[in-house]
Design a binder for this molecule. Structure first.
Ligand SMILES: C[S@@+](CC[C@H](N)C(=O)[O-])C[C@H]1O[C@@H](n2cnc3c(N)ncnc32)[C@H](O)[C@@H]1O
Length: 342
């Protein structure tokens, strides 16, 4: 499967269309700062070097934002404790086809955004994943109220396998007492087939359905397209952390990211300074999603449908938006500590 966020800094790039994710990162700032502060204060020996990894860093302004937050938190904690700031090593990790070139060009930005501007070592380790679903999820591209139980179970089982493997790998990489803050698109309910989970993908399925109806997309192609994503509930996350056994949960919180956040401009951390846009929220959200899943869609359906399907998608979101209650995405942030005795 070829999955990568759109590279570069152009109109359709992830870099220019990641305001929703930026808002999510900004909302987790306090959790990240707390984890860094605890890490520095709870160690018998104040660390000389701190190593952090951004797992799924993509390319664009958000990539270096988390690193900046950690560096600033480390600097501030060191200042408060009257100690020399540790060296911070940042590992940027993403899939092999991620646009790492744009990140290297943007590295200058990190120096500008941080308190002391020191940076030592930046490298990446590519990895990839795949999912398989046997039963046809007719009329859907993700889980919805009409998805068969077996499809719902397959999604959950794939998530359990991936998340347990993910925790196991991080457990090997982190030292005892090391911290990890994870933010995932999630859900508040137990049942994954609720409207909340399918809020983004329902309108995309509608856009594709229209194209099937007009003979522009083959029905078989549509039915065999399933997004490799799962939005877990807090309980599912907590159970898997417990089952894997290497981490304790320090903090877990759920928050909403309003769709209006697509307007946040590059390098703008103040949600009140959103860009003036004539386009509706549907168009903006469609552009944000296109920056993320264009390669998946092109791979499955061919490049020829891209402009058309994302234009229809924006329209479907705007139509759906008449229901004012459904204008946000659920995110879950969990702050973990690697246990000493495993
Ligand atoms: C929605 S983007 C988030 C990017 C950035 N952290 C931000 O907040 O704007 C998710 C990123 O995770 C990456 N990703 C997905 N699966 C991955 C995997 N198994 N290993 C590494 N990166 C992965 C994708 O390529 C993508 O760049």
């Amino acid at each position: 499967m070829d999955l990568h966020m759109n590279g570069g800094i152009g109109e359709a790039s992830y870099a220019s269309n990641s305001g929703l994710q930026r808002m999510g990162i900004m909302k987790t700032k306090g959790v990240i700062e707390q984890a860094v502060s605890d890490l520095c204060r709870n160690n018998v020996n104040f660390p000389k070097t701190l190593v952090m990894a951004d797992l799924g860093c993509s390319s664009g302004p958000n990539t270096l934002l988390v690193g900046s937050m950690v560096i600033n938190a480390v600097t501030n904690t060191s200042l408060e404790m009257g100690l020399k700031s540790p060296e911070v090593q940042i590992n940027l990790n993403d899939l092999p086809t991620n646009d790492f070139n744009t990140i290297f060009i943007a590295l200058q930005e990190l120096q500008g955004n941080t308190t002391n501007g020191k940076m030592r070592d930046v490298h990446h380790q590519p990895s990839c994943y795949f999912t398989e679903l046997d039963e046809v999820n007719k009329g859907n591209i993700y889980l919805s109220s009409t998805s068969p139980e077996s499809v719902s179970r397959a999604y959950l089982e794939q998530f359990q396998k991936d998340f347990l493997g993910f925790l196991r790998c991080r457990s090997e990489e982190l030292m005892a007492g090391g911290r990890m803050v994870l933010t995932l698109a999630g859900r508040t309910t137990d049942d994954p087939r609720v409207e909340e989970s399918n809020r983004l993908w329902g309108p995309f399925a509608l856009a594709l359905q229209d194209m099937v109806f007009e003979g522009l997309v083959e029905e078989e192609k549509f039915d065999s397209f399933n997004l490799p994503q799962f939005t877990p509930s807090p309980t599912e996350i907590m159970n898997l952390v417990k089952m894997e056994g290497s981490f304790t949960i320090d903090h877990l919180e759920i928050f909403d990211v309003n769709w209006e956040a697509w307007k946040i401009m590059k390098n703008d951390n103040d949600a009140s300074k959103m860009k003036e846009a004539d386009d509706g929220v549907g168009h903006g959200v469609a552009k944000a999603i296109r920056a993320g899943i264009e390669s998946l869609v092109a791979n499955h359906f061919g490049e020829a449908i891209l402009d058309d399907v994302f234009m229809r998608y924006g329209k479907c979101i705007t139509d759906k938006r008449s229901n004012k209650e459904n204008q946000s995405l659920v995110s879950i942030t969990v702050s973990l500590t690697r246990k000493c005795d495993i």
